[in-house]
Design a protein around this ligand. Structure first.
Ligand code: HAM
Length: 453
């Protein structure tokens, strides 16, 4: 038997429904915040990630899925979404678009060669947003609020927002010197990677998964103490907007992020849920005002974040949150004879084309078996085709909940079902929407009425 690769998942059944539901919420929220969907390739030239994520990061040093293609090109399966989006922004000259800033979101698989454990996969799915063209601290707060609101709308309670500022280039340069002075006397205590980082990129030491355990880390200088006036002012402005948006957060100087492209605002949202496990960072992001120019585009400020969908689903499950996933079908069409079967084929097609969730029999089961199948599928109505009745232009339809049966004229069946289903749904439905056309309620409503779409 061939089995799936380590750190990968097959997602199907109820799990797949949860993933789809989460994606629908993401789409709806992004629409409200006016972000446009972007889909970029899963593989890119390796150089893109080397130049953006940074040579000294764990992602580039250890976790990239690199290969040579048949044309001898160096290719990498994307480990994250930002680099590809920025490449696309530059390549498609989106900086010239009439609508600015450019606000984009994506939802797709990423690949990192990590040691798999719960919440840490080799194939992972990220939803992320990137805003390009505005340096307004208000956008930093908007991006954080978008992330927080997605968790809230899904019903997740245990989340904690940590923010920090890495400042501008001047602040970073100051801090770099301070870090080198601090760590140099302890160089022998550092892991082999961090010995190299000390010279090349000392900030990365603070993010090292091995050295983070060391005692010297606790007293390491923190960047907020080395921010220049401009950077401090900016950081305070972000906090002001977060306060205005009623987003709870903590300033946490240990947030430095694992990728090199950040400056100014950085943030992480962690699961504050008992026994959640060590992979508790649900999402993170920050500002990257030099990434576009670094990759060959014009100097353009940017900010974004990404959240792991796998970790989000784990958090929802840990908090035992029931997502309003629609189950069941509208109608199951039953038949026994061949002429009935021919009619069933066309009727099911017509029902589906008219927006009903319809199913029929494919396994040659007798009527008893078909009743059972309809129950398994949680069908609201049953249509029982019968040769004799069809000749009379009649069709038998049964409400599978009340067990009430009716004979309906053939031409009337769509209208009848529509009417019946809308009263069926109205009794169930507390979405508060008035469903005029077609009467069907497709709202994914929640008890607290937080989102209807
Ligand atoms: P990141 O912090 O590397 O940031 O990843 C974002 C989120 O992806 C993490 O918080 C986590 O939920 C999820 N994630 C990362 N690696 C794994 C993994 N191996 N298994 C499961 N989930 C994982 C970025 O990727 C940046 N591109 C975010 C960003 C966008 N910054 C600016 N714009």
């Amino acid at each position: 038997m061939i089995i799936k690769q380590k750190g990968c998942h097959d997602i199907y059944g109820l799990e797949a429904k949860k993933w789809n539901y989460v994606s629908q919420v993401i789409d709806a929220v992004c629409e409200r915040y006016h972000y446009d969907f972007i889909r970029t390739p899963i593989f890119e030239a390796s150089e893109l990630f080397h130049r953006s994520i940074g040579e000294e990061t764990d992602v580039v040093r250890k976790e990239m899925y690199d290969f040579k293609d048949k044309g001898n090109r160096d290719i990498t399966l994307r480990p994250e979404g930002t680099a590809g989006v920025i490449r696309s922004y530059i390549e498609n000259k989106m900086y010239g678009d009439s609508v600015q800033p450019v606000k984009l979101y994506y939802n797709g698989t990423m690949y990192r060669y990590e040691r798999p454990q719960s919440g840490r996969d080799r194939e992972l799915t990220q939803f992320g947003v990137e805003v390009l063209g505005s340096d307004d601290p208000m956008i930093d707060a908007e991006v954080i609020s978008l992330a927080v609101n997605i968790y809230k709308i899904l019903g997740l309670k245990g989340i904690k927002v940590n923010i920090n500022s890495l400042g501008d280039q001047e602040s970073r340069d100051n801090y770099r010197k301070v870090l080198i002075d601090y760590f140099t006397p302890y160089v022998n205590e550092l892991c082999e990677d961090c010995k190299i980082r000390l010279e090349k990129n000392p900030l990365r030491i603070l993010d090292c998964k091995i050295d983070c355990q060391l005692e010297i880390m606790k007293n390491a200088p923190i960047i907020v103490d080395y921010l220049n006036e401009e950077s401090k002012k900016r950081f305070l402005a972000v906090q002001k907007y977060l306060d205005l948006l009623d987003i709870e957060y903590e300033v946490n100087p240990s947030i430095v992020r694992g990728l090199d492209y950040y400056n100014h605002t950085v943030f992480e949202i962690e699961a504050d849920i008992e026994d959640f496990g060590s992979q508790n960072v649900l999402g993170g992001g920050g500002r990257y005002n030099h990434l576009v120019s670094q990759l060959g585009g014009p100097e353009t400020p940017g900010i974004g974040f990404a959240m792991g969908i796998g970790r989000l689903i784990l958090a929802l499950e840990k908090e035992e949150i029931q997502l309003p996933i629609e189950e069941g079908i509208d109608v199951f069409v039953m038949y026994v004879s061949d002429t009935e079967k021919e009619y069933a084929v066309t009727l099911v097609q017509e029902l589906r084309m008219n927006g009903f969730k319809a199913e029929t029999e494919y396994m040659n089961r007798g009527l008893k078996g078909q009743f059972k199948q309809a129950d398994r599928l949680k069908s609201k109505f049953l249509i029982l085709l019968n040769d004799e009745e069809l000749k009379e232009n009649q069709i038998k339809i049964k409400n599978n909940q009340t067990k009430e049966e009716n004979f309906i004229e053939l031409d009337y069946i769509l209208y009848y079902l529509d009417e019946q289903l809308s009263s069926f749904e109205e009794s169930d439905c507390n979405c508060g929407h008035h469903h005029e056309e077609g009467h069907h309620c497709h709202c994914q409503h929640k008890d607290d009425g937080e989102i209807n779409f």
